[in-house]
Design a protein around this ligand. Sequence first.
Ligand code: GDP
Ligand code: MN
Length: 378
Amino acid sequence: MKLHEYQSKQILSKYGVPIPAGRVAATAAEAKQIAEELGGRVVIKSQVLVGGRGKAGGVRLARSAREVEELAAEILGMEIKGLPVRKVLVDEAANIETEIYLGITNDRSARKPVMMASAAGGVDIEDVARETPEKIVKVHIDPLLGLRDYQARDLAAGIDLPRNHWRSFGQIASALWQAYLNCDATLVEINPLVITAEGRLLAVDGKMIIDDNALFRHSDLAEMRDLDIEADAEIEARKYGLSYIKLDGAIGCMVNGAGLAMTTMDIIKLFGGEPANFLDIGGGASADKVKAALRIILADPNVKSVLLNVFGGITRGDEVARGILSALSEVKTSVPMVVRLVGTKAEEGRQILADANLITAESLVDAARKAIAAAHGA
Ligand code: GDP
Ligand code: MN
C-alpha cells in the first residue's frame, strides 16, 4: 500500500526526520488559508500516488496568497498519469541548495534491506540510477543489528556530504531505518533530502510503501489507505466513457442516464438494499459498453446481484437485450442479473432476456425488489 507524501512525511517526522511546516487541503480556499497561516513563500504539491509530480507540473512554488489559490485550483483540476488530484499539500517553501537522495528498500538478492544515498538527488534520480549508477552509494543493513552508525557515516562520506551535516544526516538515516522497520515498509524514501540555504537538512519529499501482508498489525496505517485513488475500476470505466463510482453495497447497478442511475440507487435503498456502485452507461447501450460495464461491476467481490435498468426511448429494447446477451456470453458470471427494460420494443427485449434465463422486470420497483431478493439468494 502506497502512502501519500503528506502521510509519509508525518510518519517520518514522528521518527525525527525534519520536514517543512505544512498541511493538506482539498480546496483552493483551504490551501490559501493554510498559506496565510504559514506566512511567507509556500510550495503547493499534488497528492497523487505516482512519482514525477514535479515534472508533470504538480509541484509549484507560489509567491503570494492569491497565487496560492490560483495554483491550488489549477493543480486540484489536474490529472497526473491518469490519477485525479484530490488533495494538495501546502508546505513552507524551502531554500534549496543541494538535493540529496536517501532511501531504503529490500534487496531481494542480498536478502537484506539496503540503504541508498546519492548527491545527485531530485527529479532525475531514475536517470542517475540508469546512466551513472556509481553515483548511488549503498549499504546493506543486517536486520538483526539494524543500521549501524558507521554505515550512516559511510554513506555521508560516499556522497561527499560536508562534515557539518553528518550528525543530522546520521539521525535522519537512523530515523528512516526505524520507520522502515516498525511500519513493515518495503520502501521508505526521501527525495530530495535538501541542504537549505540556512544550512539545515530537510526532507522536502517523502514516500512510503507498506507491505500489504503486514497491514493486519498496523491498523493505524491501514486506515490511511486512499480508497479514492485505489479504485482502479474508475479509471478503467473512464476509458469506456462510463461514469462509475464504487460504493459499499451488494447490488451492482448499470443504468443508462445519470438521473435514472441516481433514482435506481434511491429505489434500491428504499426497499432495504444497498447499491454497490453508481454507473451511467450513457445513451445507446452498445454491447461493447455493456460488456465493459459488466466487467467493472463484477470485479467487485461485494456484488451479489446486478440490476440493469435501461430506459429506452428511441433505443430499441430488442437490440439492448441482444447487446446484454452478447456481453454476458463474454463476461461469464453466476451472479444473478435482473433487467428492467422499457421503451420501444421492450416486450420483445424482455422475451429475449427471459428466454436466456435472466430475471426481467417491468417497473423499477419490481426490479429493485427482485434484485434485492436475488442478492439474498432468494
Ligand atoms: P516529485 O517530482 O513527485 O518527486 O515531487 P517532489 O516533492 O520531489 O518535488 C519535485 C521538485 O520540486 C524537487 O526536486 C525540488 O526541486 C522542487 N521543490 C519541491 N519542494 C520545493 C521547495 O520547497 N522549494 C523549492 N525551491 N523547490 C522545491
Ligand atoms: Mn520527489
